[in-house]
Design a protein around this ligand. Structure first.
Ligand code: DGJ
Length: 699
């Protein structure tokens, strides 16, 4: 039978009419309603010719391409059975179960190799395709699994690739390449996705942008090691693939045992990267754990680092309350013996020297000021210089002689005793103190032990902590944005997007992180004028405008801010509170400008009733008069009132006279969405590292 799943402009056609592994005949643009006869004709017509010097039957890329099918590209399944050799089963189709909700479950089995595979495939109403395989060792003896990946075909015209790399405090750097013949494979062995995570691998028509081109993208919803790749085979097929990266011997399946791969999340758009977000964000929002407005928080890290004392922090609480902050997060430095970043991880007891009465006096102060309280933890880590490491050296992963990283090693969460001890410590803290939020950090690569087991145990641990403390919010942090993926996102309410609060770096990091993850998850903080990570000094207005587009917060000792600055911060927080419902529910949009120095991004309400946009000058423009601002994503038929939105000081410009529509005596400007998108409005001449904000309200 031929199965056709359709949703939100996407079609998936699966040919399960043969006796072998089904074939995805089409994943891409919606093909419209197709009667069974047309589907059968499509499947029959898609059988390719037999080429010269090749297999004697037409070669099609199946759902689990394998050598046994004649596929000499990268296989979906790898492994071996002790004594009998490589695992390369010729899988036969047993059954396809069609769920009512655009889901398929495909059962495959191979009697000789004694494996069964069940593939779950779903095209969500938002147009997001997700699939995963479960392999069961149904034979005798142990099966060593080396990989079980999802592979999806992309058409020949998807000739350009985009994925991401990066480093600490510079995450999500885009890189483009041509998808030539061969494999472009991105492999993460960090034990976390890492700062250089490939994140989202996009193949598209050449020159695709935020709003133009056809694009096919995959992401692996997993927080451990992984491989994501693109392949164009000389045989003529092109594909995207993703799966957990399993170390040799890491996954032994005893007779009867099963392994389920992480979900591969795949999205098609005919309208560039914004089109991917337009499907991903509503889908993520449909299962998001976020329940209420994202509170403005103040995090103590760059304000005080390890210098915790009640009077200092109380002054910070008061300043935070004065400007309208809603949550106070005590970062690293509160637990027993933690005087710097080289000791005490693992000793999750409140430090009696810094906090003789525990955290109660601080939390009471926080509550009295009307804020709730958050606490930093790094549960998976242990410093060798800690009581925990001294008492339980056997609970640490990897060899004792291996180099440490930030002076720390990793707790073996797969050790049931270590797991139970840690769960008890975390739940005891949560029981003793009214903690609304945990910032859950992870500051090193694993580099030893089983990442597979550690990741599974981490998920169990977070699930157990949340179950013990309903309503608790968690932020995923890994030296900034080293663990941002859709596996962790199911379990957390915020991600720390990057350790850099430098707005210039942040503009790029937020732009690309938000292609996949909706902005309400993306922690973005107002930092000090001179960024601690880069030493670059930025204007307050640019810092405020940048931190507005996310889950906003402050990470700066604002007791040192001037009265004028405090007023401007308070006004910014008021604006954030006024607009956060829109910013955290709308469509994220970007213009494809011709000048890389000028960015335009915004959020448009899903019903088209309102929008907030930022015109950002990253550097000096290419032309004296920058191109007009063309506002994407509006309802073309509606009329919008366009107004500047001032956060902080007036943005610095070099114009002698502003554009007429922004002149002090200009009247109200109302234009249709079509005019604003197609013709646009003359841009103010911002100097580098300035941002101008605009609100657009349908009238
Ligand atoms: C790394 C995080 O990314 C920072 O925000 C901060 O929490 C430090 N760890 C604390 O050690």
């Amino acid at each position: 039978m031929i199965h056709h799943l359709r949703a939100a402009g996407t079609s998936l056609v699966l040919d399960a009419s043969g006796s072998g592994t089904p074939v995805i005949v089409h994943w891409g643009a919606d093909l419209g309603e197709l009667p069974a006869a047309d589907l059968a004709a499509l499947a029959a017509a898609s059988v390719p010719p037999v080429g010269p010097s090749s297999l004697d039957v037409p070669l099609r890329l199946s759902l689990l391409p394998a050598l046994a099918e004649g596929w000499s590209g990268r296989p979906a399944l790898g492994g071996f059975r002790t004594g009998t050799g490589t695992l390369d089963p010729a899988l036969a189709l047993v059954a396809v179960h069609e769920g009512g909700d655009n889901t398929l479950v495909i059962e495959l089995a191979d009697a000789d190799a004694s494996v069964t595979v069940s593939t779950e495939l779903e095209l969500t109403v938002q147009g997001v395709l997700r699939l995963r395989h479960t392999l069961t060792n149904s034979g005798a003896g142990t099966l060593e699994l080396a990989g079980l990946d999802a592979i999806l075909p992309v058409p020949d015209r998807a000739a350009e690739l985009l994925d991401f790399t990066g480093l600490w405090s510079h995450e999500r750097r885009p890189q483009r390449s041509i998808l030539g013949q061969g494999v472009w494979s991105r492999e993460s062995r960090h034990g976390r996705p890492g700062h250089d995570d490939s994140y989202l691998t996009v193949a598209g028509t050449p020159g695709f942008g935020f709003r133009r081109g056809e694009v096919w993208a995959v992401h692996l919803a997993h927080s451990g090691d992984k491989v994501v790749w693109a392949e164009r085979s000389a045989l003529g097929h092109a594909a995207l693939g993703a799966g957990e990266l399993l170390a040799p011997g890491e996954l032994s399946l005893a007779a009867g045992a099963s392994y389920t791969s992480p979900w591969t999340v795949a999205v098609y758009s005919d309208a560039g990267l914004d089109g991917l977000s337009a499907r991903l964000h509503p889908w993520i929002r449909s299962w998001s754990t976020i329940t209420g407005p994202r509170p403005v928080l103040l995090n103590t890290w760059e304000a005080v680092y390890f210098d915790h004392d009640l009077p200092t922090l109380s002054r910070l609480v008061d300043a935070a309350a004065q400007v309208g902050v809603e949550r106070f997060v005590l970062d690293d430095g509160w637990f027993s013996g933690r005087t710097d970043d080289q000791r005490a991880l693992g000793d999750w007891f409140v430090d009696a020297d810094k906090w003789p009465e525990g955290l109660h006096p601080l939390i009471e102060r926080v509550h009295a000021a009307g804020l709730d309280f958050g606490l930093w933890v790094e549960p998976e880590m242990v410093n060798p210089d800690s009581d925990l490491a001294r008492v339980h050296p056997d609970w640490l992963l990897g060899s004792a002689s291996a180099p440490t990283w930030r002076g720390q090693r990793v707790l073996d969460l797969a050790n049931p005793d270590a797991f139970a001890w840690l769960l008890e410590r975390l739940t005891a803290l949560l029981a003793e103190y009214p903690i609304a939020y945990l910032k859950w950090d992870h500051n090193r690569d694993l580099l030893g032990g089983s990442v597979h087991r550690q990741t599974a145990a981490l998920y169990r641990l977070i699930d157990a902590v949340r179950a013990a403390q309903p309503g608790l919010e968690i932020e995923s942090c890994a030296s900034g944005g080293g663990r941002i993926d859709l596996g962790i996102l199911e379990r957390v309410d915020r991600v720390w997007t990057s350790d850099t609060n430098d707005p210039l770096e942040r503009q790029q990091i937020q732009r690309y992180t938000s292609v996949l993850v909706p902005p309400e998850y993306l922690g973005g903080h107002l930092g000090a004028a001179t960024a601690h990570t880069t030493g670059r000094t930025s204007a307050l207005g640019f810092r405020l405008a940048t931190a507005l587009f996310g889950s906003a917060g402050i990470e700066w000792d604002i007791t040192q801010a001037s009265a004028v600055e405090l007023d401007q911060i308070a006004a910014w927080i008021a604006i954030y509170k006024e607009h956060r419902a829109l910013l955290h529910s709308g469509n994220v949009v970007h213009a494809d400008g011709s000048d890389p120095a000028i960015e335009l991004h915004g959020v448009v309400a899903t019903d088209g009733s309102a929008a907030v946009f930022a015109q950002v000058a990253l550097a000096a423009p290419r032309t004296a008069l920058p191109a007009p601002i063309r506002f994407p994503g509006l309802d073309p038929a509606r009329r919008y009132r366009v107004r500047p939105l001032l956060v902080g000081p007036v943005p610095r410009t070099v114009q002698t006279v502003p554009p007429a529509w922004l002149a002090a005596d200009a009247g109200e400007l109302v234009l249709t969405g079509a005019v604003l998108a197609e013709v646009g409005l003359p841009a103010p001449l911002l100097t580098p590292e300035q941002a101008a904000l605009f609100t657009l309200d349908a009238v």
